[in-house]
Design a protein. Structure first.
Length: 138
């Protein structure tokens, strides 16, 4: 007995086509995120800035330059962060030379180093986002 499978294949093709067309015109879902980190008004260089979305389990990171400016990257350099709500942490790097035995002096209170305790939050939207961070001295 011969069974014509063309209707099933046609339905499958149509379903895939509709699913594919449903994403046409949608943005990448990313936002360009940049900002400046200062400590009592002074630019803070060489700090790690991390945006964490605890729901989507997404993390975007950046490093401040000499002027305190950062730009986030998630998958590629400077690609931003996916649209969403983020908790923000700022980390001071540890010793860079293996011969150093003690950490450099703290620049700001350590609770800013954990997204859960920093109290810093940001909503990333599609397009350009600027999120400046002002920290107190230690």
């Amino acid at each position: 007995m011969f069974v014509d499978r063309r209707p099933k294949r046609l339905c499958l093709f149509a379903a895939l086509l509709v699913a594919g067309l449903g994403t046409v015109g949608c943005g990448s879902g990313m936002g360009d995120v940049q900002g400046k980190v200062t400590i009592e008004g002074q630019p803070a260089a060489n700090l790690n800035v991390t945006f964490t979305d605890p729901v989507k389990h997404v993390r975007a990171t950046g490093v401040t330059d000499a002027a305190g400016n950062y730009r986030l990257s998630t998958h590629a350099k400077d690609d931003g962060a996916p649209v969403g709500e983020y908790k923000v942490a700022v980390n001071q790097p540890g010793p860079t030379d293996s011969s150093e035995t003690k950490a450099p002096p703290r620049l700001f209170p350590d609770h800013y180093e954990r997204a859960e305790t920093s109290g810093l939050m940001c909503a990333v939207k599609s397009g350009q986002n600027t999120f400046d961070i002002e920290l107190p001295k230690q």
